[in-house]
Design a protein around this ligand. Sequence first.
Ligand code: SF4
Ligand code: SF4
Length: 302
Amino acid sequence: MEYPTIIGVASGKGGTGKTTVAVNLALHLAEQYPVALLDLDVEEPNDNHFLHRSMVHFQDVGLMRPEVDEDSCTHCGLCAELCEFNALAVLPDQVMIFAELCHGCGLCSLACPVNAITEHFHKLGAVTKSENPLANESSVYKKNLTFYEGTLNVGEAIATPMIHELKKIAFDQKESKHVILDLPPGSACPVVEGLADLDIVILVTEPTPAGEHDLCIAIELVKQLEVPFAIINNRSDVGDDRINRLVQENDYNLLLEIPHDNEILYLYSRGLPLVGATQKFDELFTKLWKNVKDGKNWQMQK
Ligand code: SF4
Ligand code: SF4
């Protein structure tokens, strides 16, 4: 493989433990390899709550939005006809632009027969990158971990350009052997953008009706995108056996079961990672990585 192994961590819904898995898997791997961790949950990034890294600006992210010169416009209506996001409406004497619907595809300006449309950069947010660890940093894993975070500006509705830029960073990684992507929760457009072209994705769920329902939606999505996947059943002893039944009935791959543990809640509430806290959590993520590396867990599942 020419580029580093790119591992997504996703969940059909929020609150399943996705971020805990992503951050701690990255920290575990960083004990041995150079690793990059990217927080793609750009509407509510929180990986750094457990990393406490100081961040510096890396790049602005935005899109090109159209602006119409009404003096040149003939109000032919072509731009509105072509815009698949309904971001334009052409009235007899005015072109209305619904900026929050525009995805910056550029089609309207290309198509305008009288060149009445120009494009202007609109900033959606920014990607920040962790500063190099200080020379006196004592922890080995911190030296090997580079962390990127995307943050959407308040009020912006379109997250996909930000996810796209973070994915480009992931695929451009030269210095990292592994890249961990903490994807947004759910199964909407930002998740689809985040899932595309990953090497593998870990789906984190919990044994509740909502957990099973949203996991099934996520599985359908990753199957359509043809991303190899496996499942982590978090708080496995709190609900019922519905996830185990789902796994057995469909021959899905169950990577790991994480039983409920008050110590996890304690560490979470204090913004502390599991890896490095106690031996049992180090062993948990050692086991997870061993199962991830086991090739039979990652056969493409149709
Ligand atoms: S395609 Fe150009 S000329 Fe036609 S309505 Fe749109 S901006 Fe005006
Ligand atoms: S740039 Fe694309 S999405 Fe935006 S208004 Fe033009 S055609 Fe629609």
